[in-house]
Design a protein around this ligand. Structure first.
Ligand SMILES: [Zn+2]
Length: 400
């Protein structure tokens, strides 16, 4: 399968200038090709004798004129313009097949990136070597073994990154046949990032909460600056940096959480909750987008596939919150504000999120039994931790 590893770069000033130039060339080539495509398409419409635009023809055209018309393109890797036109071709392919919208012109500061094919760079330890540029330091080593396909270098705010695409060997066969496995239920939440059926509550960093004050102040400062002024540009840079920092913190914490979960448990059950509908509730919207439910699910999906774990998604009508995980009684109603409740039938005391996580684990276990033919002779350990459903909370910070 195809895996991409995003690594922060530490280029020196000379290297940063080169990378920046390459991004400029790539963006220019992309936009040039898009304009040319539109021109040729119009011409073809008016006169069907004229050829339809193609990515290959545009690449050849650009190659034949760049020495004359855009000599500065030669100052950077030939991959920069070449791959940009290939990417435009892909964008059109996606558009024609209905997978994507019509390609847009790339903007400076928003689409600063260029791609290298695997013959134009080498990865050695903490360095990526690029011809005419030398070794650029990477913050970490490439984590995946396999055939390296390409590298895309990009800038977000003032930081540089490389995303290395690797063809990794196919995922191992499912680790288990539902027997002898650890099952965990995971309730994605608002008060904690996730609650496990073991009773653990994983607190995510709520970046907006701590950095929100600064974000607000910076946005205000930015909007007060006069358009076109130097100070406005400065304020914009500051704002972009803060946004990038917040999203890095968020992504990092989600990666750490999903990696640990995949390493600890064979089978993971999450709720297939309708995040979009929840996000419409304005009071919840910020925390939800903060926690990145979609991102958590996306990472669990591919990491489970890569490691051979089983990821089970409970039906979104499955009453994970309203059902008593001890006796199975289903409440008629449970307001979102109720965090603790006692079962009217068996009088178990429930923490709302832990109870939901336990129900998800039970759901996974019952799907496992069904998948095994329902004999129930296998050992399926549903991880409930200490089975005292008392009001105890274990707070574990996974980010230590
Ligand atoms: Zn009960």
């Amino acid at each position: 399968m195809l895996t991409a590893h995003l690594i922060a770069l530490d280029p020196n000033d000379f290297q940063a200038t080169y990378l920046s130039k390459s991004c400029g060339v790539s963006r220019f080539a992309y936009n040039w090709a898009l304009a040319e495509w539109q021109k040729q398409f119009e011409a073809h419409k008016n006169d069907p004798e004229k050829p339809k635009p193609t990515e290959g023809a545009l690449r050849r055209l650009l190659n034949s004129i760049k020495r004359e018309q855009f000599p500065w393109m030669l100052e950077v890797t030939k991959n920069a313009p070449q791959m940009a036109v290939i990417q435009l071709g892909k964008a059109f392919k996606n558009f024609f097949s209905g997978r994507a919208k019509y390609p847009k012109f790339r903007k400076k500061g928003l689409h600063d990136r260029f791609t290298l094919t695997n013959d134009q760079f080498k990865v050695e330890g903490f360095y990526i070597s690029i011809p005419h540029l030398g070794k650029v330091r990477m913050r970490e080593m490439l984590r995946f073994a396999g055939k390296i396909l390409s590298a895309t270098i990009s800038r977000v705010a003032d930081r540089w990154f490389v995303s290395i695409a690797v063809e990794t060997p196919d995922a191992p066969k499912q680790k288990n046949n539902f027997m002898h496995q650890n099952i965990v239920g995971v309730d994605l939440g608002l008060s904690a990032m996730a609650t496990l059926s073991t009773g653990e509550k994983i607190q995510g960093p709520k970046p907006y909460k701590t950095l929100l004050t600064r974000l607000k102040r910076l946005s205000k400062e930015f909007s007060r600056k006069i358009k076109g002024s130097k100070n406005r540009v400065k304020a914009k840079t500051k704002l972009a940096r803060l946004h990038a920092r917040i999203s890095r913190i968020r992504l990092d914490s989600i990666h750490k959480f999903t990696t640990k979960l995949i390493a600890r448990f064979d089978t993971i059950c999450i709720e297939d909750l309708n995040v979009i509908a929840m996000a419409k509730n304005r009071r919840l919207a910020r925390s939800i987008s903060d926690m990145g439910f979609h991102e958590i699910r996306r990472q669990l999906e591919y990491k489970a596939e890569r490691n051979g774990n089983m990821l089970i998604k409970a039906d979104r009508f499955f009453p994970s919150s309203k059902q008593c995980s001890h006796c199975g009684h289903i409440l008629e109603d449970l307001a979102l504000s109720v965090r603790q409740w006692d079962c009217p039938i068996c009088s178990s005391a429930h923490d709302r999120d832990i109870n939901a996580a336990r129900n998800l684990a039970l759901y996974a276990a019952s799907s496992a039994v069904k998948a095994c033919g329902g004999s129930g002779s296998g050992q399926t350990d549903v991880l409930f931790g200490e089975t005292a459903p008392k009001k105890q909370e274990v707070n574990i910070n996974v980010y230590t």
